[in-house]
Write a protein that binds this ligand. Sequence first.
Ligand SMILES: [Zn+2]
Length: 220
Amino acid sequence: MMKKIIILGTSSSMPTKNRNHPGIFIKFNKKGILLDCGENIQRQLRIMKISPTKIDYILITHWHGDHVLGLPGIFQSLSSMNYNKKLNIIIPKENIENLKRIIEDFMIPINFDINIIEAREGLIVDEEDFQIYGIRTKHSITSYSYYIIEKNYIKLDKNLLNKYNIKDKELIKKLKEGKEIEIDGKKISYKDVGYIKKGIKITYITDTIFFDKLIDFAKG
Ligand SMILES: [Zn+2]
Protein backbone atom coordinates (compact mmCIF):
# COMPACT_ATOMS: atom_id res chain seq x y z
CA MET A 1 0.00 0.00 0.00
CA MET A 2 1.31 3.44 -0.91
CA LYS A 3 1.69 5.62 2.15
CA LYS A 4 3.21 8.92 1.07
CA ILE A 5 4.66 10.91 -1.81
CA ILE A 6 7.29 13.38 -0.63
CA ILE A 7 8.63 16.06 -2.95
CA LEU A 8 12.30 16.66 -2.10
CA GLY A 9 13.24 18.94 -4.97
CA THR A 10 11.58 20.63 -7.92
CA SER A 11 14.33 22.85 -9.25
CA SER A 12 15.99 22.60 -12.63
CA SER A 13 19.74 22.52 -13.27
CA MET A 14 20.49 25.19 -10.65
CA PRO A 15 19.18 24.77 -7.12
CA THR A 16 17.75 27.95 -5.62
CA LYS A 17 17.41 29.11 -2.02
CA ASN A 18 13.94 27.55 -1.85
CA ARG A 19 14.11 24.75 -4.40
CA ASN A 20 16.42 21.75 -4.33
CA HIS A 21 17.66 19.72 -7.27
CA PRO A 22 15.08 17.09 -8.37
CA GLY A 23 14.04 14.23 -6.12
CA ILE A 24 10.78 12.55 -5.07
CA PHE A 25 10.42 9.88 -2.41
CA ILE A 26 7.53 7.40 -2.58
CA LYS A 27 6.88 5.39 0.54
CA PHE A 28 5.17 2.02 0.29
CA ASN A 29 4.29 -0.25 3.21
CA LYS A 30 7.53 -2.20 2.91
CA LYS A 31 9.61 -0.42 0.26
CA GLY A 32 10.77 3.07 -0.59
CA ILE A 33 11.42 4.51 -4.06
CA LEU A 34 13.54 7.55 -4.83
CA LEU A 35 12.89 9.19 -8.20
CA ASP A 36 16.08 10.97 -9.30
CA CYS A 37 18.78 12.01 -6.90
CA GLY A 38 20.00 15.58 -7.34
CA GLU A 39 22.57 17.25 -5.14
CA ASN A 40 21.61 17.49 -1.45
CA ILE A 41 18.80 14.90 -1.63
CA GLN A 42 20.06 13.06 1.45
CA ARG A 43 19.73 16.24 3.50
CA GLN A 44 16.27 16.88 2.07
CA LEU A 45 15.35 13.37 3.24
CA ARG A 46 16.67 14.17 6.72
CA ILE A 47 14.63 17.38 6.84
CA MET A 48 11.56 15.27 6.04
CA LYS A 49 12.61 12.80 8.78
CA ILE A 50 13.25 9.96 6.31
CA SER A 51 16.32 7.84 6.85
CA PRO A 52 18.27 7.04 3.65
CA THR A 53 18.01 3.38 4.74
CA LYS A 54 14.31 3.52 3.75
CA ILE A 55 15.35 3.61 0.08
CA ASP A 56 15.05 0.29 -1.81
CA TYR A 57 14.91 1.66 -5.35
CA ILE A 58 16.57 4.64 -7.01
CA LEU A 59 15.16 5.48 -10.44
CA ILE A 60 17.52 7.58 -12.54
CA THR A 61 15.97 9.33 -15.53
CA HIS A 62 19.26 10.42 -17.11
CA TRP A 63 22.85 11.32 -16.36
CA HIS A 64 22.64 15.10 -15.99
CA GLY A 65 24.10 16.48 -12.76
CA ASP A 66 20.86 17.83 -11.35
CA HIS A 67 19.45 14.26 -11.44
CA VAL A 68 22.46 12.32 -10.13
CA LEU A 69 24.83 14.55 -8.12
CA GLY A 70 23.30 13.28 -4.87
CA LEU A 71 24.22 9.64 -5.54
CA PRO A 72 27.76 9.55 -4.05
CA GLY A 73 26.46 11.18 -0.86
CA ILE A 74 23.68 8.62 -0.47
CA PHE A 75 26.10 5.72 -1.14
CA GLN A 76 28.58 7.14 1.37
CA SER A 77 25.91 7.48 4.07
CA LEU A 78 24.39 4.04 3.47
CA SER A 79 27.87 2.52 3.78
CA SER A 80 28.24 3.94 7.27
CA MET A 81 24.71 3.04 8.36
CA ASN A 82 23.14 -0.31 9.10
CA TYR A 83 21.81 -0.76 5.58
CA ASN A 84 21.57 -4.50 5.21
CA LYS A 85 19.31 -4.58 2.19
CA LYS A 86 19.78 -4.62 -1.57
CA LEU A 87 19.80 -1.21 -3.26
CA ASN A 88 18.14 -1.46 -6.68
CA ILE A 89 19.13 1.23 -9.17
CA ILE A 90 17.26 1.63 -12.44
CA ILE A 91 19.42 3.54 -14.89
CA PRO A 92 19.91 3.90 -18.66
CA LYS A 93 22.31 1.24 -19.96
CA GLU A 94 24.62 3.99 -21.30
CA ASN A 95 25.31 5.23 -17.74
CA ILE A 96 26.03 2.01 -15.87
CA GLU A 97 29.78 2.60 -16.27
CA ASN A 98 29.40 6.20 -15.00
CA LEU A 99 27.65 4.87 -11.93
CA LYS A 100 30.39 2.32 -11.25
CA ARG A 101 33.03 4.99 -11.78
CA ILE A 102 31.64 7.44 -9.21
CA ILE A 103 31.71 4.68 -6.60
CA GLU A 104 35.34 3.98 -7.51
CA ASP A 105 36.45 7.60 -7.87
CA PHE A 106 34.92 8.68 -4.57
CA MET A 107 36.49 5.59 -2.98
CA ILE A 108 33.21 4.72 -1.27
CA PRO A 109 33.57 1.51 0.77
CA ILE A 110 30.24 0.03 -0.32
CA ASN A 111 29.22 -2.68 2.15
CA PHE A 112 25.80 -3.56 0.77
CA ASP A 113 24.44 -5.13 -2.41
CA ILE A 114 23.74 -2.91 -5.39
CA ASN A 115 21.49 -4.37 -8.06
CA ILE A 116 21.79 -2.41 -11.29
CA ILE A 117 18.74 -2.68 -13.55
CA GLU A 118 18.80 -1.36 -17.12
CA ALA A 119 16.01 1.11 -17.86
CA ARG A 120 13.77 -0.06 -20.68
CA GLU A 121 10.37 0.49 -22.26
CA GLY A 122 7.51 -1.32 -20.54
CA LEU A 123 7.54 -3.31 -17.32
CA ILE A 124 10.83 -3.06 -15.41
CA VAL A 125 9.99 -4.18 -11.86
CA ASP A 126 7.18 -6.34 -10.46
CA GLU A 127 7.08 -6.11 -6.65
CA GLU A 128 4.56 -7.47 -4.16
CA ASP A 129 2.55 -4.24 -4.02
CA PHE A 130 3.69 -2.17 -7.02
CA GLN A 131 5.12 -2.26 -10.53
CA ILE A 132 7.53 0.13 -12.26
CA TYR A 133 7.28 0.91 -15.99
CA GLY A 134 9.59 2.94 -18.19
CA ILE A 135 9.48 4.90 -21.45
CA ARG A 136 12.37 6.30 -23.51
CA THR A 137 12.05 10.08 -23.71
CA LYS A 138 13.52 12.78 -25.95
CA HIS A 139 16.26 14.82 -24.31
CA SER A 140 19.81 15.84 -25.29
CA ILE A 141 21.14 12.53 -23.86
CA THR A 142 19.56 9.08 -23.34
CA SER A 143 16.71 9.55 -20.92
CA TYR A 144 13.78 7.61 -19.53
CA SER A 145 10.66 8.48 -17.61
CA TYR A 146 8.85 6.16 -15.23
CA TYR A 147 5.53 5.36 -13.73
CA ILE A 148 4.86 3.44 -10.57
CA ILE A 149 1.56 1.69 -10.19
CA GLU A 150 0.31 0.37 -6.92
CA LYS A 151 -1.42 -3.01 -7.16
CA ASN A 152 -5.11 -3.20 -6.24
CA TYR A 153 -5.63 -4.31 -2.66
CA ILE A 154 -8.40 -5.31 -0.26
CA LYS A 155 -9.48 -2.54 2.07
CA LEU A 156 -11.46 -3.52 5.14
CA ASP A 157 -14.06 -1.32 6.82
CA LYS A 158 -13.44 -0.96 10.57
CA ASN A 159 -17.15 -0.51 11.38
CA LEU A 160 -18.07 -3.68 9.50
CA LEU A 161 -15.26 -5.60 11.23
CA ASN A 162 -16.70 -4.47 14.56
CA LYS A 163 -20.21 -5.43 13.46
CA TYR A 164 -19.06 -9.02 12.87
CA ASN A 165 -16.88 -8.90 15.99
CA ILE A 166 -13.68 -9.61 13.99
CA LYS A 167 -10.74 -8.54 16.12
CA ASP A 168 -8.23 -11.37 15.72
CA LYS A 169 -5.20 -10.16 13.74
CA GLU A 170 -4.79 -13.53 12.02
CA LEU A 171 -8.38 -13.44 10.78
CA ILE A 172 -7.97 -9.87 9.54
CA LYS A 173 -4.80 -10.91 7.71
CA LYS A 174 -6.69 -13.77 6.01
CA LEU A 175 -9.46 -11.42 4.90
CA LYS A 176 -6.86 -9.04 3.45
CA GLU A 177 -5.40 -11.97 1.51
CA GLY A 178 -8.86 -12.62 0.06
CA LYS A 179 -9.43 -15.80 2.08
CA GLU A 180 -12.74 -16.73 3.68
CA ILE A 181 -12.95 -16.92 7.47
CA GLU A 182 -15.49 -18.44 9.82
CA ILE A 183 -16.80 -16.62 12.86
CA ASP A 184 -19.62 -17.86 15.13
CA GLY A 185 -20.36 -20.51 12.51
CA LYS A 186 -20.82 -17.90 9.79
CA LYS A 187 -18.63 -17.73 6.69
CA ILE A 188 -17.31 -14.23 5.93
CA SER A 189 -15.32 -13.01 2.95
CA TYR A 190 -13.64 -9.64 2.39
CA LYS A 191 -16.69 -8.68 0.32
CA ASP A 192 -18.80 -8.69 3.49
CA VAL A 193 -16.49 -6.33 5.34
CA GLY A 194 -14.60 -4.42 2.67
CA TYR A 195 -13.86 -3.89 -1.00
CA ILE A 196 -11.07 -3.90 -3.58
CA LYS A 197 -9.30 -0.57 -3.68
CA LYS A 198 -7.80 0.44 -7.01
CA GLY A 199 -4.08 1.20 -6.84
CA ILE A 200 -2.75 4.70 -7.47
CA LYS A 201 -0.55 5.44 -10.48
CA ILE A 202 2.20 8.05 -10.32
CA THR A 203 3.91 9.16 -13.50
CA TYR A 204 7.17 11.09 -13.41
CA ILE A 205 8.09 12.69 -16.72
CA THR A 206 10.97 15.13 -16.86
CA ASP A 207 13.50 16.66 -19.26
CA THR A 208 11.84 15.74 -22.54
CA ILE A 209 10.16 17.42 -25.46
CA PHE A 210 6.53 16.48 -25.87
CA PHE A 211 5.53 13.48 -27.99
CA ASP A 212 2.18 11.68 -28.27
CA LYS A 213 3.21 8.41 -26.58
CA LEU A 214 3.64 10.31 -23.29
CA ILE A 215 -0.13 10.81 -23.09
CA ASP A 216 -0.81 7.07 -22.96
CA PHE A 217 2.13 6.55 -20.63
CA ALA A 218 0.73 9.04 -18.11
CA LYS A 219 -2.93 8.07 -18.55
CA GLY A 220 -4.72 7.44 -15.27
ZN1 LIG B 1 18.56 16.91 -18.25
